[in-house]
Ligand binder design. Sequence first.
Ligand code: ADE
Length: 845
Amino acid sequence: ILVYPRVLQNLFPLTALIFFFYTGVCRSPLGMSRGQILDEDISASSQWSDSTAAKYGRLDCEEGDGAWCPEIAGEPENMNEFLQIDLRSLHFITLVGTQGRHAGGIGNEFAQTYKIKYSRDGSRWISWRNRQGKEVIEGNRNAYDIVLKDMEPPIIARFVRFMPVIDHSMNVCMRVELYGCEWLDGLVSYNSPLGQQMTLNGQHVHLNDSVYDGAMSYSMTEGLGQLTDGMCGLDDFTHSHVYNVWPGYDYVGWSNESFPNGYVEIMFEFDRTRNFTTMKVHCNNMFSRRVKTFQKVVCYFRSELDWEATPISFSPVMDDVNPSARFVTVSLYNHMASAIKCQYYFSDIWMMFSEITFQSDTAMYNTTLAPPKTGPPIRDDPTHKVDDSNTRILIGCLVAIIFILVAIIVIILWRQVWQKMLEKVSRRMLDDELTASLSIQSETFTYNNNNSPSSVPSEQESNSTYERIFPLGPDYQEPSRLVRKLPEFSQTSEDTGEFQNVQEGVPHYAEADIVNLQGVTGGNTYAVSALTMDLLSGKDVAVEEFPRKLLTFKEKLGEGQFGEVHLCEAEGMQDFMDEDFSFDVIENQTVLVAVKMLRADANKNARNDFLKEIKIMSRLKDPNIIRLLAVCMSSDPLCMITEYMENGDLNQFLSRHEPEGMIALLSNAPTVSYSNLHHMATQIASGMKYLSSLNFVHRDLATRNCLVGKNYTIKIADFGMSRNLYSGDYYRIQGRAVLPIRWMSWESILLGKFTTSSDVWAFGVTLWEMLTFCKEQPYSQLSDEQVIENTGEFFRDQRRQIYLPQPPMCPDPVYKLMLSCWNRNTKERPSFQEIHHTLLDCIGY
Ligand code: ADE
């Protein structure tokens, strides 16, 4: 902050700068109250007890017994008790604060008066005095209020001691703080001839260095004083704004009569060797009183021990027009030095300086930071500028930084506005779409009195039991929340927990009643509303009990979280069959069946889900849906007996096969013709048409969930999501939910909405699998996270979404069908009826 380049000086008048300086620049607490000053750097001459040790002398802190209290022994007037702070480096201290010991009302000790001593090297201690020479500072009046005192003159020191002035009347405790900033100038002392006295119209003008803290005899040695006190003198040297001081107070001045060589020599000592760029000398130029800036300066540099032979010399242009006091800037040409000796040559009878500052590598003070003693702005005289290159670089850098910052702000704002606009548009689209689709669902859902579902296909919505996932980029708003915020949306379902049906007399559809079934081998089976469950369930389960003893285990077909699937021979199964089913009859009355068994140790939830699945499955009767034949429920383990499909699941089946053509010929692999492929796809569409007509939402349609029987017969099943073979097809959200994200529509992933439309999306992916012969996972080049990001692109619909590519053997109309299944707008996706029709009529060979 102390860097105050000229460009800013020109922008702000110096009066503002003074205010700036006084209010904020060099008045920061140095760390007693906030703890930047470590306990080990706080010491004391003595302490009353451990709980009143030096480290408790921190302003505004209540630790220990609430303050530092010295041990008072002997006569108070002889006592020199002190609390000492080591700031570790030189600091410019402008303000001090003190407080007594209050300790929550128990304490009442404070220092009514105190003194300050300071040291730059830790050995020579200097008593601070104010500008009037007074040493004693008025302290506290009570134990709790903080009293701040300006240091006038400021202190340049590393060590500071607070010395309570103790009398007989009371014990003393103190808490203190120092305020200021680091002294980057590095100047530790200047040696100069004593300032002199001028007689002006019979009046004495004292041009001595009244605050010099070094030794003063014939000359001034080893101290700092007015030339570094941060106060610039007025244009009229006889005046000062410092209260109650003598004429000439601001300046240190010399008459040429006392200096036969024609110059005044001042030597400056620094804390270390530095690389000096400039020296700034604040000079009076009241030429009417025979006072002028120096006409020449010659500076010698001492690095290490020796003085350099060649000095630098500079002669400013004399100004006989403007009597203002001013800084004269002298370039020091990057000389390395730990001491500088300058000879300032008289150009008239008197020469008067009020400030001298140095700019070096680390120190970038500008002398104008020093608060002048009076108001009128002091500006550099352009004729005296010597080397402005640093300033120019600084200005250049500042301007560049400002431009960069402005550019960044503009970009950020632009991005935000743009994003907001996009979001707004997307939200509106999404809102329209969802509001419309929800109202359509509630409007079109019909329910006839004979407890059977309407054959009018309508979209069935199931709320996912899965955790919703929103792992898109940080700038991506969770759409479901966006949607939920929309008043129309919250009215439809989420707040009331149900979709209001607008049709008179039609029972409403409670979304909360959606049932998610857990397949015995792991995941869910079909999602179905409780209403549909009632429709389906009737009084009894529409399937008969099968005598367990007539089942003979053949082999294990699969295993899941909640049970196993076995291939069994079932004796007498014909009695349980409809005439539309034919089974492999082994010997006389034996058929092969698949038996799903619930693990004996399955929990209650799994058991309930198993029972629900039985209820639902028992009512599903379609040539393309796996058929439940019988159950074993009279004893554990609970069993579901389904038809057996000898070719296993479609995924494995197609993986084992090749399309007809060269590759198959060369590899001698079994083939599946396109027309068989088409036949199988049509069967899946047909099965799904049936399910959708019942408002069943499958939620996991994929080749892995379709079974292949003889002659390319297909039956849709649901094996759940925990089959090891297909674990890679499911995205696991931190061990909680597993989602077949590569088959899922954008709204299922982002909104958790599973509908027949999202089953249509999955059908498109299933078709794609089939036409690639399941040789590749969908979006195999994308990671799970990228798939989800791609879902975000489907939502944003800015043509950045990636579609599955057209498989090599896929006819255009089939790919077109797939693309229609992946339409962003759920309403624009085809129904299964349409899909089935298209496959049957249009794109078969
Ligand atoms: N694996 C699980 N269920 C099956 C079934 N019904 N047919 C063939 N394999 C199966």
